[in-house]
Ligand binder design. Structure first.
Ligand code: 16G
Length: 248
């Protein structure tokens, strides 16, 4: 009983504590700055440390804070919300005031092979430019990208190499403008080599996004596999009811 009554009171104080913490996270503190200690929070709000820990755990699950053993709780970097708009990595980062970059770029011309060939509607022997990059935002690794572009549409791409935006290069150099894409998103975990490239713990969660992009003539321009850190990305959609579903 005492427990139940306590929970009732703690509910209100717990809510106050949460809104105070959200205020710190969204306003006063910057990413990687430290939150007050559990003990200080418990004293200030007149709640148990267990209540404080639960509030911090909840914020941890939501990706708003992270803990470092023995050092405390810190504000996470904000998530980057991807929408259903067809954008490039460069556009996504610039829209958020971040500087896009790439690390470990390798560009090679290879035969498409069976799988990539099927994705791009090419024969396995047809050549593609394969671009492998770790994409960064303000120098921080965010995503690993493997992109394949048919060589017949972008001759010399592999020899030319790439430093900036692929989409910009496709438009400016090859006059290929991507108009639509088919995309599928899978949940995955980062195996040790990928986790190392992204600078996160092994087997951290990630999104794998597969994209086949087309131009206005319905030519397949690229097939891309992008693996995004799940702690830094979310996918946000606006969804609509169809008239058929409007009855309930
Ligand atoms: C995005 C695209 C990827 C494309 C890249 C080009 C998704 C899921 N993928 O990462 O298909 O190759 O942008 O970026 O959005 P860039 O123009 O900055 O090189």
């Amino acid at each position: 009983m005492a427990e139940a009554a306590g929970n009732g009171r703690a509910g209100t104080k717990g809510a106050q504590l949460r809104s105070y913490l959200l205020g710190l996270i969204e306003g006063e503190l910057k990413p990687h700055e430290k939150l007050p200690t559990e003990r200080d929070l418990a004293e200030t709000f007149g709640v148990t440390r267990l209540t404080v820990r639960r509030a911090l755990d909840q914020l941890g699950y939501e990706g708003r804070v992270y803990r470092t053993q023995g050092a405390g709780t810190f504000v996470s970097e904000p998530r980057i919300a991807k929408s259903v708009e067809l954008t490039s990595f460069t556009q996504d980062m610039r829209a958020r005031g971040l500087i896009p970059g790439s690390l470990d770029t390798v560009v090679e011309e290879i035969p498409a092979g069976a799988e990539i060939g099927a994705r791009l509607a090419l024969s396995p022997r047809d050549l593609v430019a394969h671009i492998s990059r770790v994409r960064t935002a303000d120098g921080e690794p965010m995503c690993i990208e493997n992109t394949y572009v048919p060589s017949k549409l972008a001759p010399g791409l592999a020899a030319r190499g790439i430093t900036g935006s692929l989409y910009q290069m496709l438009t400016e150099t090859y006059h290929l403008k991507i108009e639509k894409a088919e995309q599928s998103i899978h949940a995955t975990v980062l195996d040790p080599p990928l986790a190392k490239l992204l600078g996160v713990p092994e087997f951290s969660p990630a999104f794998k996004v597969l994209r086949v992009a087309y131009d206005a003539k319905n030519q397949r321009i690229e097939y891309a596999e992008s693996v995004y850190r799940a702690d830094r990305y979310s996918y946000d959609f606006v969804i609509f009811r169809t008239s058929r579903d409007n009855t309930n």
